[in-house]
Write a protein that binds this ligand. Structure first.
Ligand SMILES: [Zn+2]
Length: 288
């Protein structure tokens, strides 16, 4: 290809144009040179889709959260260009350690690895990092991590996002619990990786709430999830439909694309963070 000298110039032009049009959104698929272009195209916005490896009822794959969140990130980044970090599943999942296949890293390592990952992303030009959460067990970890970014200065800013699926027009759910490997999540895998759904096995275990803990509201203890859902299944996967999956993923992709646009436009976040770092290095000078 492109061997004849007479067409080299035209060919180079064509190659450059073609690669600009076809830049992958996936970090690991870009060449080093294309990565530089990708960061320019994304305006320094990168996404870290955050999954987990854990049991998902009797019928869904261990990587369900990672599979779904990466599907979402990749589709959204096609709409509003951003660079998507490779597969990341090093989150909080102690509550499923009794189930086969769960990968549960220690709490300290989770935070250190995430910090080093965002630091490395920042060093590579990702000045705005959107952590897209695909796993309910990270719901405390990720806002804490984002808050912890104020502890010392960084030249990048971290945002955390989880799509809201309860929007008008959503097909009504049959599953009253619908928390883990239930109707919604099963429906999402029916779209993202239909070949991995074993719907015929969804009733082999119970996803009903066992209600084994009797404590006042507001009193928290870590065993609450196991007390309610000992088989790491919460809801009824069997009621899932592809129609619901299509609706939800379309909603979520549009939401994430909108978030990417908002992050690109956000000048105040980085500016205020920089101002805060500067002031926090000499608090006695802060006007009282
Ligand atoms: Zn899940």
């Amino acid at each position: 290809m492109c061997a004849r000298k007479s067409v080299v110039a035209l060919c180079l032009l064509f190659t450059a144009t073609a690669s600009a049009q076809t830049l992958s959104v996936k970090w690991e698929e870009l060449t080093a040179a294309d990565f530089v272009q990708a960061l320019q195209k994304s305006q320094g916005v990168c996404m870290l889709p955050f999954g987990i490896i854990e049991k998902h009822g009797p019928h869904l794959p261990l990587g369900t959260d990672l599979i779904n969140v990466r599907y979402l990130a990749e589709q959204a980044a096609q709409k509003e260009y951003a660079v998507v970090f490779p597969a990341y599943y090093f989150g909080q999942i102690f509550e499923a350690k009794h189930e086969p296949g769960t990968v549960a890293y220690s709490a300290g390592l989770q935070l250190d690895l995430l910090q080093e990952t965002t630091d490395e992303m920042g060093r590579n030009g990702c000045k705005k990092i959107v952590i897209l959460n695909g796993h309910g067990g990270n719901n405390h970890l990720l806002p804490f991590f984002a808050q912890a970014q104020l502890a010392r200065p960084h030249d990048y800013i971290v945002y955390v996002y989880q799509p809201n699926l309860n929007v008008p027009g959503r097909p009504p759910l049959k599953d009253k619990i619908d928390a883990h490997a239930g109707e919604s999540e099963t429906a999402h895998v029916m779209v993202s990786r239909p070949d991995l759904v074993h719907l015929d096995r969804a009733t082999l275990e119970s996803g009903a709430d066992q209600q084994r803990l009797h404590l006042p509201p507001g009193l928290y203890t870590g065993i609450w999830w196991y007390a309610r859902f000992p088989e790491h299944y919460a809801g009824e996967g069997a009621s899932a439909t592809q129609e619901l999956g299509q609706f939800d993923l379309k909603t979520a992709v549009n939401e994430v694309a909108e978030v990417l646009r908002a992050v690109k436009a956000d000048e105040e976040g980085p500016r205020l963070q920089k101002e805060f770092y500067e002031k926090s290095s000499h608090p006695l000078d802060t006007k009282q």
